[in-house]
Ligand binder design. Structure first.
Ligand code: HEM
Length: 420
């Protein structure tokens, strides 16, 4: 008995030690990841970067990206629909956001084949970002560094080609604005800074937006009535025409901001399925929280997910209910810090308007041009690491709009529950 008891104690001690090591490991790698941002940001650079980003994501800039984003999404949905098998939505969403970042944000005209290769290398880089800095052959760190070098080479080639070929461009992309702004501030960027900047932009946009896109598709599949209500709204605004594909490349920001229900759907996806769990901060001044003193200099983590789960303003927190954000209910309006999918304060997400725009266009295009159904018997489990996503990636068969082609037929409840 005593022996069994001791065995249990040592097993528990081992388990506790393992948990501590895993926690430490995660903390260290998160810290390393965080350092990537911090390293590029002293106070002066931070201020300048904020100014540049406010240009890159200004209303005017977003309006000019919009048609390109719509085209990239339309092309992608066409490819998904013509694929004979079900597709892995999370994987494909990653490719889509990568393509959006490369083609729209950075304005690179890389041939499709090279883009595919660059994406594979990029994935190798991302897969190894959370690794300890142990530079041994076959270590994650070494693989990550190698991938980063290949990527930087590819990016340098694309940047050089872009700098040489400025003719025939009808809009300024984020990279153009970054280069222009640096010149205006008497701070011509070196090639290394340009490569780092572009890589950081892709990195920030890629996994988060892919996660949110996948969650959006999963929720539209799970809640056909939400999708139908969305289609009603598009019809009411003349976006979803009965006689053909909606407005190729002609969506406007004003039109999108008039779609209130669409806004509620995106907000609810971001509340219940926030891609990033939280963020880190350094305590600048000792303060007290719930009777505990938090000393100056400590690193603290705020949790977006726990905030959304426990915020008293949200009724039935676990229910997917876009109408909670409707004008009539406005559950998020009470209090500033109950709803923060994009973080908060001075380090809030700089690309949030672009991310929301992307998700809205994706929802509009899905609702108007696609029918899609789950290819597995049940919906997959969700994992939270490194960003929230379904464990199997979400297997879905896309059909496009069937039938008398380009016509959305009225669907019965029975059809809705099977296919959306
Ligand atoms: C659904 C998509 C996205 C989500 C959920 C998201 C969320 C976040 C969060 C939670 C942070 C950290 C804030 C903090 O430390 O408290 C962040 C930072 C950041 N995001 Fe996003 N993001 C998304 C898309 C994007 C896009 C598309 C871009 C740009 C192309 C972008 C650029 C950035 C940048 C540059 C930062 C660093 C800000 C800083 O350190 O000051 N994000 N994002």
């Amino acid at each position: 008995m005593l022996f069994e008891g001791l065995d249990l104690v040592s097993a528990l001690a081992t388990l506790a030690a393992c948990l501590v090591s895993v926690t430490l490991l995660l903390a260290v790698s998160q810290q390393l990841w965080q350092l990537r941002w911090a390293a590029t940001r002293d106070k002066k650079t931070g201020h300048w970067l904020l100014q540049v980003f406010s240009k890159i994501f200004s209303h005017e800039a977003l309006e000019s990206y919009l048609p390109k984003i719509q085209l990239v999404i339309q092309d992608t949905l066409r490819a998904w629909s013509s694929h004979p098998e079900a597709i892995n939505v999370y994987q494909e969403a990653q490719k889509l956001t990568f393509r959006m970042a490369i083609r729209v944000l950075l304005g690179f005209s890389i041939p499709e084949e090279d883009l595919g290769h660059l994406f594979e290398v990029y994935q190798q880089f991302v897969d190894n970002v959370f690794s300890l800095p142990v530079d041994l052959p076959f270590s994650g760190y070494r693989r990550g560094i190698q991938a980063r070098q290949i990527l930087q080479k590819g990016l340098e080639k694309a940047i050089r080609e872009k700098l040489q070929c400025t003719q025939g461009k009808d809009y300024s992309d984020a990279l153009d604005l970054l280069i222009e702004s640096s010149k205006e501030h008497g701070k011509e960027m070196t090639m290394q800074e340009l490569k780092d900047g572009t890589l950081e932009l892709i990195f920030a946009a890629y996994a988060t937006t892919a996660s949110a896109s996948t969650s959006l598709i999963m929720q539209l599949l799970k809640h056909p009535t939400v999708l139908e209500k969305l289609r009603d709204e598009l019809r009411a605004h003349g976006i979803l025409h009965s006689g053909g594909c909606p407005c190729e490349g002609t969506l406007r920001l004003d039109t999108l901001s008039g779609l209130r229900y669409l806004d509620c759907v995106i907000k609810e996806v971001m509340r219940l399925f926030t891609p990033i769990s939280g963020g880190y901060r350094t305590v600048l001044q000792t303060f007290e929280l719930d009777g505990f003193q938090i000393p100056k200099g400590w690193s603290v983590m705020y949790s977006i997910r726990d905030t959304h789960d426990t915020a008293p303003v949200f009724k039935d927190v676990n229910v997917f209910d876009p109408d909670r954000f409707s004008q009539a209910r406005s559950e998020d309006k009470d209090g500033r810090f109950h709803y923060l999918p994009f973080g908060g304060g001075v380090r809030t997400c700089l690309g949030k308007h672009l991310a929301k725009l992307f998700l809205k266009v994706l929802a509009v295009e899905l609702a108007s041009t696609s029918r899609f159904e789950l290819a597995t018997r049940t919906f997959p489990r969700i994992t939270l690491v490194p960003v929230l996503h379904p464990v199997d990636g979400l297997s879905v068969k896309f059909f496009g709009l069937d039938s008398n082609q380009n016509k959305i037929l009225p669907e019965t409840e029975a059809m809705l529950s099977a296919t959306v």
